[in-house]
Structure formats: structure tokens, C-alpha cells
Design a protein around this ligand. Structure first.
Ligand code: ADP
Ligand code: MG
Length: 612
């Protein structure tokens, strides 16, 4: 028997190792971005095709590489960032393992151009599946440009394992958010399939949050500053009243590196305590700055965990920082803490001055129906409307056992017959606190939540419209122009067809500006930008963790935003129409989010109530 053990050829070894570092296009994007940042770039452009499967190009204006360094950079364990094991405890760069480029080159066709600022010409290298193809002199701008083509071209199993483009794109955007949030001083552009998704100018962290997640964040953030001896925490938390029903924007960074940390997350949550509405999650963007010797980041390249030497201390500092920030806000809500950082600043892609003047929209519509055109005031636009607190505890009214499947329709339907002939002086329905509709039914007294009822009605209507592809639009008398941030503009484009089925006639004017020529019934003269931002925001929140499909999500988000609000007065006729429509729904008693729409107080309940 002859010996059978051989050393693997480098290319095979590289390919195996690459699997650890590069799992999907997003991992390559992350590595290339980190290299550009380590190279001191102040501007980074990302160009993608097919969610990075066909092309990932990252162009930076950083320090560039010499011809030899450029060639060396593709070797495994080739790095300019550390020399000895001790350096691992003083890491100030994003990369240090010298693995990324070797890994990417093992599983893709890579072209790299690089030029140092002090020389006149650059170098152009081609590598394909770990095989060096060519290197020549070229003319190019100072800095480095990587083009990674056909990721996993030589590993079909991996290529086939990739998800559909939207899912891969989401991973890329996650990485993009993580990197760009903590480097707000760097300008970024992101182009996907020739469409510019982001154009971020260098600025403050707050401006970066707003540019990435939307204008709504302008008024939602509270600053956090906390310094202790070895450690400081800086950043922003979301005001408690804007806490989300889903884990949305939660970012910890340690020394400019994104991390996940359950224990520290608890510190934030705990600091919010009773300020957070039930089942909602805080928003935070917190940067922990700590001496590199106090942490261990020598972990797996794709992992985002960091070990602290003194985790309890970090917990305490974060807890205190968040508490302080919340305390200041709640004690003196009049003071605008943010105003200082906000003035005279160019918001980049959102031109404030260049906004076209809106013609006033005057209610000239002869079909104007006050019921479906609620025209709410600004205050009513809170994303999570809260009903005025009513002392229900003692009532034991909302007897949990009522099963609406067992109640015959007649018992619940308002007693039309009993009220026949009674003139308008005697109302069939009574609106209470502009919030509830009360009606007498056979078994007692029915209370209906007006907002939730209308949400249910519109939700079912929109869902039907989306499924039957039936149009229900009304032409705008005065089309409104809206301007969105890049991610919302992109989402709007993605939802364009479905929004059309729901009655929106939205036309792109380019540069994230749109004109709304038609809108669903009930849209009225609302502020279209605000409205659409709210709908998109809810859509994003839902899709990040609700496992509902696109149509459900859209119907739900639009319905929630167009449904009548608390505080809106309804006429007898409006109440009657609302209740008729509610009882024509497939589900009568719960809102799309599971909250109860109505309940019935039985005669017994009423007796108990009176006696108490
Ligand atoms: P690491 O970042 O861990 O050092 P990489 O494989 O990512 O390893 O990169 C190898 C080396 O190539 C880096 O240490 C750096 O010297 C050089 N390099 C990579 N990308 C760039 C870039 N965009 N600009 C300048 N140098 C770069
Ligand atoms: Mg690197």
C-alpha cells in the first residue's frame, strides 16, 4: 500500500477557507468596505449588479497600494495591519486577519486597480479563482477599486445556495447600514442595477441616521453621552413614545465595529423600563468607545460578538447613559436637545429649499364625503394611536368568553327594528369621547373602537383589491409632489404596482421625487409625503418580523394609516355606515394586529356596574 495523504493545492485550500469568510455577497461587501475604511477613505462608492451576484464594485479614495503590496494583498494571511500576536490586543482597524482578499479571490473573478496618492500611475491586477491572471500598469484615480465578478462562479453548490436577489440585497443593506452608520464622516453612494439607492454625504451620526432611515427620525432621537474612566458611550436612543413593535433599529458599536450583545441590550431595555409600551422594543444607536486592550475581538470573521473584560462595568455605563438621556427628555420635554446639531446643514439628497411650491388643495371635489375624507389634524398622526384611558378595570365588561362565532348576527347587529320610526333626535348610535361607538343590541350594550373597526374594514377592502386587481382610484385635483429618502424611494418603486392596484397613481420624477396624481378614496387632502412615509415605515416594520406576505403587509399598512383616528367626530350616518361595513367583514371582532374591535356588555354586566 502506498501513502495516500497529500497537501491540498493552495487554490483548494483557499476555496475551503473562503467558505468561512465569504458566505454571500453581503460578506464580500462588508470586507471590501472595511478595507476601504482602513485605507482612510473619505468617499466610498459601491456598485452592485444582481444583488452582488454578478458584480460587487467598491471604489475608495484611500491610501492605495504599491505594485508589490497590491500583489501581496491577495495572499492568505497577508496584512499590513498587525505584525505580532500582541498587536491583537491593540486593534484599531476593521480588518487584521489578512484573509478577506485571498478568500474573495478564491471564489470570484477579481479585478483591482490601485494607486497611491504620491505616484502618477496605478497598478491593475486580475485574479480568477485564486489564479493570478495578470498585472499591468494603468492610469487610475488615487485610491483603490475592486471589482468582484460572478461570486462563487467556481463553487456552483454555493452559488445555488444563494437566496433570491431581494433577500441577498437585504443582507447587503444590513451590512451597509452597519458600516455607514458608524462612519458618518465618510460619504457613501450605493448603486444597484444602475439605480442609486443611497447618496450619503459626510456629516454627523444623526444626519446619517436620518439619511438612512428617513426624516421621521429627526424628531425621534435623543442624544446619549456618558463618559467614565476607561469607557465612553455616545449616540442616540429613540424616544419611548416611538418604540417599535418589532426589533427595528438596534445598533451597538464597539470602537467603530458593529456588535450584537444580548446582555448589553438588556441594559438599554432595562433603562427604559416602564416608559416602553408593552411588547415594543427600543431603538438605539450606541457607540461604546473602550481601550482595545479591554476587549477581545479575536473572533470568527463573520461573527459580531465581542468579549469585554469587564462586562458589568459596560452594562452599568450603558444603563446610566440611557437613563440619563431619558430623564432629561422627560423632565424637560420643552428643551430641544437636538436643535444644536441640526442647523445650517445640507441634508444631502433631500433638498429642502428646492421643494416645489404646492398649490393649496381646496375641497372642491363634488363627491367629497366627510366620512371617507377625515382630513385629520397633525396631532392625530401619531403612529400608534392611543385611546384615551377609560377606567375599565372595575367594569369586567369585556367578558373574555364572548365567542363571536357563536353569537348570531342578529343579536349583535344594532336593533334596527326597535329604532324604526324614531327620528334623528334619538340616536341609534352614540359616539363616546370621539373614540368609541356605543349601540344598544339585544344582549346589552355594544362598544366599538372606531379606529380599529375602520382599520379592519379598509384592510379587507384593500386585500380584495390587491387580489382581484381591481382599481379604485380618484384623480387628484392638485397632484402633490413628494420627496423621499433613498431607501423609501426604493421601496416605493418596489411596491409601485401594488400601490397602483390600491388606487395610487404615482409617477417618478427622478431623484427620489414623485408626483401623486391619484390616490385611494379617503386619502383626501392629506400630506402625501408624510402619509407615504408612515405607510412605508409600517410596511418595513411589519416585514422585518411579522411573516406576512407583501399584499397583506401593504393592505395592513395603508389601512392603518387611512383609517379614521381617535378624536374624530362621526355623524350618525357615518357611524351607521361604519358598523354596516364592519359586519360585512370576514372577521368582525379583531383588528389586523389582533386587538379587539368591539365588546358587548350584557344586561348583567350593566347591573353589576351600576351596583358598584
Ligand atoms: P486585512 O484587512 O485583514 O489586513 P485583507 O485581505 O482584507 O486583510 O487585505 C489585505 C491587505 O491588503 C490589507 O492589510 C491592506 O494592506 C491591503 N488592502 C486591502 N484593501 C485595500 C484598500 N481598499 N486600500 C488599500 N489597501 C488595501
Ligand atoms: Mg480586510
Amino acid at each position: 500500500m502506498s501513502d495516500i495523504i497529500k497537501l491540498l493545492p493552495d487554490s483548494v485550500a483557499n476555496q475551503i477557507a473562503a467558505g468561512e469568510v465569504i458566505q454571500r455577497p453581503a460578506s464580500a461587501v462588508k470586507e471590501l468596505l472595511e478595507n476601504a475604511i482602513d485605507a482612510g477613505a473619505s468617499k466610498i462608492d459601491i456598485i452592485l449588479k444582481d444583488a452582488g451576484k454578478t458584480l460587487i464594485q467598491v471604489i475608495d479614495n484611500g491610501c492605495g497600494m504599491s505594485e508589490t503590496d497590491a500583489r501581496m494583498s491577495f495572499e492568505r494571511h497577508a496584512t499590513s495591519k498587525i505584525n505580532k500576536a500582541d498587536d491583537l490586543f491593540a486593534i484599531r482597524t476593521m480588518g487584521f486577519r489578512g484573509e478577506a482578499l485571498a478568500s474573495i479571490a478564491a471564489i470570484a473573478q477579481v479585478e483591482m486597480k490601485s494607486r497611491r496618492h504620491e505616484v502618477e500611475y496605478g497598478t491593475f491586477i486580475k485574479v480568477e479563482g485564486s489564479t493570478f491572471v495578470s498585472q499591468e500598469i494603468c492610469s487610475c484615480d488615487p485610491g483603490t477599486s475592486f471589482a468582484v465578478k460572478n461570486l462563487f462562479f467556481n463553487v456552483p453548490a454555493r452559488r445555488n445556495f444563494l437566496k433570491a436577489p431581494p433577500a441577498e440585497m437585504r443582507h447587503i443593506l444590513d451590512e451597509f447600514h452597519r458600516v455607514s452608520l458608524i462612519h458618518p464622516e465618510i460619504g457613501f453612494t450605493l448603486i444597484h442595477n444602475e439605480k442609486e439607492l443611497f447618496h450619503l454625504y459626510g456629516g454627523s451620526m444623526k444626519q446619517r441616521v436620518v439619511a438612512l432611515f428617513g426624516n421621521l427620525y429627526n424628531e425621534r432621537l435623543l442624544p446619549v453621552h456618558q463618559k467614565s474612566e476607561n469607557l465612553s458611550v455616545e449616540g442616540f436612543i429613540g424616544k419611548a413614545e416611538y418604540a417599535r413593535k418589532t426589533r427595528g433599529e438596534q445598533y451597538f458599536f464597539v470602537n467603530k465595529r458593529f456588535i450584537k450583545h444580548h446582555y448589553l441590550h438588556h441594559a438599554v431595555e432595562n433603562a427604559f423600563q416602564e416608559l416602553l409600551p408593552r411588547d415594543s422594543f427600543p431603538t438605539y444607536f450606541l457607540h461604546i468607545m473602550i481601550d482595545p486592550s479591554e476587549i477581545d475581538i479575536n473572533i470568527h470573521p463573520t461573527k459580531t460578538e465581542v468579549n469585554f473584560q469587564d462586562t458589568k462595568l459596560v452594562y452599568a455605563v450603558i444603563h446610566a447613559a440611557v437613563k440619563k438621556s431619558l430623564g432629561q427628555h422627560n423632565l424637560s420635554p420643552q428643551i430641544d436637545f437636538e436643535s444644536t446639531s441640526d442647523h445650517g446643514i445640507d441634508f444631502g439628497d433631500i433638498s429642502r429649499t428646492g421643494r416645489p411650491v404646492q398649490p393649496p388643495s381646496i375641497g372642491l371635489n363634488p363627491d367629497y364625503n366627510p366620512f371617507s375624507n377625515p382630513g385629520p389634524t397633525k396631532q392625530q398622526w401619531s403612529p400608534q394611536p392611543q385611546a384615551p384611558k377609560i377606567q375599565t378595570e372595575n367594569w369586567r365588561i369585556f367578558h373574555e368568553n364572548v365567542n363571536f362565532d357563536n353569537i348570531e348576527r342578529e343579536t349583535i347587529l344594532p336593533e334596527k327594528t326597535a329604532l324604526k320610526g324614531i327620528q334623528s333626535a334619538h340616536s341609534k348610535f352614540l359616539q363616546i369621547q370621539s373614540t368609541f361607538i356605543m349601540s344598544s343590541v339585544k344582549s346589552g350594550l355594544m362598544l366599538i373602537d372606531q379606529h380599529l373597526a375602520h382599520w379592519r374594514i379598509l384592510f379587507e377592502k384593500y386585500l380584495k383589491q390587491l387580489e382581484n386587481r381591481k382599481l379604485g382610484s380618484q384623480q387628484e385635483l392638485f397632484p402633490q409632489t413628494i420627496q423621499l429618502n433613498a431607501s423609501d424611494a426604493d421601496l416605493l418603486a418596489e411596491l409601485h404596482e401594488d400601490l397602483h392596484m390600491l388606487g395610487f397613481n404615482i409617477e417618478s420624477l427622478g431623484l427620489r421625487t414623485f408626483v401623486v396624481n391619484g390616490s385611494p378614496e379617503g386619502f383626501g387632502d392629506r400630506n402625501a409625503t408624510e402619509m407615504i412615509e408612515h405607510v412605508l415605515e409600517m410596511y418595513k416594520t411589519n416585514s422585518s418580523d411579522l411573516q406576512i406576505d407583501k399584499k397583506q403587509n401593504l393592505a395592513r399598512s395603508l389601512a392603518a394609516n387611512l383609517a379614521i383616528r381617535y378624536g374624530q367626530q362621526l355623524s350618525e350616518q357615518e357611524m351607521s355606515s361604519l358598523i354596516d361595513q364592519l359586519f360585512a367583514c370576514q372577521i368582525v371582532d379583531v383588528a389586523p394586529d389582533g386587538r379587539k374591535i368591539l365588546n358587548v356588555l350584557t344586561t348583567n354586566d350593566l347591573f353589576t356596574l351600576i351596583k358598584q
